[in-house]
Design a protein around this ligand. Structure first.
Ligand code: AMP
Length: 397
């Protein structure tokens, strides 16, 4: 069975084609800058063949068509006919209160996912577009939506509720939905394996640090708290998202700082975070280069980020009453030893220490626990795609 996993962003489309017999990736790639004149599509096969396509991609439909063509390309193709694709699995950030499980996709489900865009403005609209375009290109292929929020339905009420009037929270479904759940699920499985036991009886803190960042407390393999909230804006500051701020700042900036109500979502999601503070970039590689050259604001943004992540680690050490493992994953967590060191520094009293040498690891699984640490510290590259492929196969079978 072959499953195509799609992760659609507002101007991007990432994909992986899996052979589920062996759970191996046959080909993968990404389309970037969709809708812009300099759009491109990079495609790579598992045996090392590569190609970059630069034909125009004014919409996601051209991107989907380019992906399908690349999978059958004479030089870099891995299938001879689109009939070989048995199903498509879509990553969806926000499932709201409607989707508590993965689901087969039809027109109604797509509309419902789009309607949830208010609670994931950077993501859900793009997911719905991706679904429609895939359906247009492959109308007979079943599709499954796998939600980042599903994993967090186990968070107890005391941690999932906001202190708004109870009736309002319930009537309007205002609660902590979280995100990165598919990533967390993968990390829990791998961490338990690395600890040499099943998820039952383990306490794990996952620091998923990427363009979007979240920290999650996991007990017995189940999410019990997470830093992202009603939307993926809550919690720590991120690339361009402000994270948790005093809610009174919102009316204040509307009144005094020239931010229009209609622009507010864009503002807090796209103009803030480490980019807003540093004025340099949302990419930690750029920030570290700038800080190295003496840019004080880049250094401040990096310090703020590590400090905020550390606060969540401390909070979850308290709520879980200790942890067996702390795991770093996603773009920053997997690659950025500097951030990991800054987050883990000064936690000796909580029994947490990392090994400075082992912490130099980049992009691969590693145990970076210090010699005197009571808590294991791991780097584990996440693999949301394989989780989506497995879930897709389960639903269509
Ligand atoms: P993700 O959202 O998980 O794809 O993470 C993307 C982010 O990871 C980028 O914006 C960078 O900030 C960060 N990142 C990726 N590679 C590195 C690296 N080698 N060193 C530091 N940060 C990195």
């Amino acid at each position: 069975m072959k499953i195509l996993v799609i992760n659609c962003g507002s101007s991007s489309l990432k994909y992986q084609l899996f052979d589920m017999e062996t759970e191996t990736v046959m080909a993968k790639g990404n389309c970037e800058k969709i809708g812009f004149p300099d759009a491109f599509h990079k495609h790579k096969t598992s045996d090392g063949r590569q190609k970059v396509y630069d034909s125009p991609m004014p919409t996601h439909l051209e991107a989907v068509n380019s992906v399908l063509a690349s999978l059958m390309d004479k030089e870099v193709g891995v299938i001879s006919s689109l009939d070989e694709i048995d199903a498509i699995g879509h990553r969806v950030v926000q499932g709201g209160s409607i989707f508590k499980e993965s689901t087969l996709v039809d027109a109604e489900v797509t509309d419902q996912i789009e309607a949830l865009a208010e609670m994931a403005p950077l993501h859900n609209k793009a997911h719905a577009i991706g679904m429609r375009m895939c359906h247009e290109a492959l109308p007979n292929v079943p599709m499954v939506a796998v939600f980042d929020t599903t994993f967090h339905w186990t968070i107890p009420e005391k941690a999932n509720m906001y202190a708004l009037p109870y009736e309002m929270s319930k009537k309007y479904n205002i609660r902590r939905f979280g995100a990165h759940g598919t990533s967390n699920k993968y990390i829990v499985q791998r961490t338990a394996e690395m600890l040499g036991k099943g998820p039952e009886g383990t306490k794990i803190i996952v620091c998923h640090l990427g363009n979007g960042s979240s920290i999650t407390a996991i007990k017995d393999g189940k999410s019990v708290d997470t830093s992202m909230g009603f939307t993926p804006l809550d919690g720590v500051m991120m690339g361009t998202r402000c994270g948790a701020i005093d809610p009174a700042i919102i009316p204040y900036i509307i009144k005094h700082c020239g931010v229009e109500v209609d622009d507010l979502n864009d503002f807090v999601n796209e103009k803030c975070g480490v980019e807003g503070v540093s004025g340099v970039s949302s990419d930690f590689r750029d920030l570290e280069a700038a800080a190295e050259e003496g840019n004080e604001r880049a250094k401040l943004a990096l310090d703020m980020f590590a400090y905020q992540v550390k606060k969540y680690v401390g909070a979850y050490m308290a709520t879980l009453n200790g942890a067996d493992a702390i795991v770093f994953t996603a773009g920053i967590g997997e690659n950025d030893g500097e951030v990991r060191r800054n987050v883990m520094e000064g936690l000796g009293n909580l029994g947490i220490e990392i090994d400075i040498e082992k912490n130099k690891v980049r992009g691969k699984e590693a145990d970076i626990t210090g010699p005197n640490s009571k808590v294991k510290v791991f780097v584990i590259p996440t693999n949301e795609e394989i989780m989506i492929a497995r879930e897709t196969m389960r639903l269509i079978s």
